[in-house]
Design a protein around this ligand. Sequence first.
Ligand code: ACO
Length: 387
Amino acid sequence: METKNVGLRDITVADTKISHIDGKKGKLIYRGYDVLDLTKNSNFEETAYLLLHDNLPNKKEFEEFKKKLRDSRQIAPQMQKNMGNWRKEAEPMDVLQAFVAALAGYYNEEGSAKEISYQRAINLIAKVPTIIASWDRIRKGKDPIQPDYNLSHAANFLYMLKGEKPDKELERTFDVCLILHADHTFNASTFAAREVASTRAHMYSAVSAAVGALSGELHGGANLEVMKMLLEIQNEKNVEVWIKNKLEKGERIMGMGHAVYKTVDPRSIVLKELSKTLAKKTEMPWYEITKNVEDSTVKFMKDKKNKDIFPNVDLYSASVYYMLGIPMDLNTPIFAISRVVGWSAHVIEERFAEAAPKPMLYRPKAVYVGKYDGPQGCAYVPIDKRN
Ligand code: ACO
């Protein structure tokens, strides 16, 4: 017998009402709304409400939701003190994973299991940006900046990171990035969160597992690798040769290709425009270089492998974050600032879905291809008789 479902591609494991990808048409839907429409008309906080609650909020619901988020932004000073004990070279994703798990040690939400899950979702969405910004400042020997209650989610993060309030254009650029990354069906990190939640472990535990899954370079870690690639390429003129060398060696180009989209990832369309606009504003070369990376990869794959390949969300987000002045190794943590909304919504759905088929503990099977000599298995040899 041979394993048929390596990587679980095309295997459906649950019903979800949260988001949908049409990989052939290049569409991403959040709770019935096209993500491209949300980037034009909505904002991150409203999108977060939508993903958590299955509908857009009315004015009162929205004000209450925003207030809860703003009231929950601060993290315990003891957490910031503890960060001071970490090596300053520690990976921000490792710090984030640890401090997300640690939230359970600092906060004690009360109510029914479902109410507690919603409170934890608010706590996570509000506090993940504070954890990341605090760590960035602490590792640089600076004092963390307290959240500003009057700023939006997007503006407050940039303020806590840099100590300066962003202008409206930069705030909106970052806000749109957050909308675009908020959910993406059963991607690796969301599946990790749901898998942990299926054991009835709590939300902080499930989300901390998701942060770990997001850190890998084939998933959220790709946007950091894209920026490293752009810096290595340095100049538009070097792109074609650089890409050809990599692909001829059988290596992958980060930010290209997708397990589900077999056409353009709609998020990359918006990010490409944001990158272009920021490049004009900052007079930096990163948009042009990225565009050449896209074109050269598409051409090589078509000519040499007869394969169509398209940019994914990470290709243009890397240059956008770089031009926003965000340290490169925060690219993946920033993904988490937004995706924590999706993770939370999925954990709640995993635990409390009412319609059949109700989720159950994930327990896939594997084909055993290890040793087993004869009908009795391997004969046990005492240690002093082994070679
Ligand atoms: N560079 C070069 N070749 C590629 C790339 C790439 N980025 N992506 C796919 N291919 C090639 C593979 O080598 C493979 O060829 P082979 O079968 O001859 O070995 C073929 O295309 C497979 O294509 P798919 O089935 O469409 O892709 P798959 O599902 O295997 O992989 C993945 C998807 C992991 C995202 C892949 O495209 C990749 O590694 N991309 C680079 C990493 C990246 O950008 N990850 C971020 C994804 S988005 C996200 O998680 C947020």
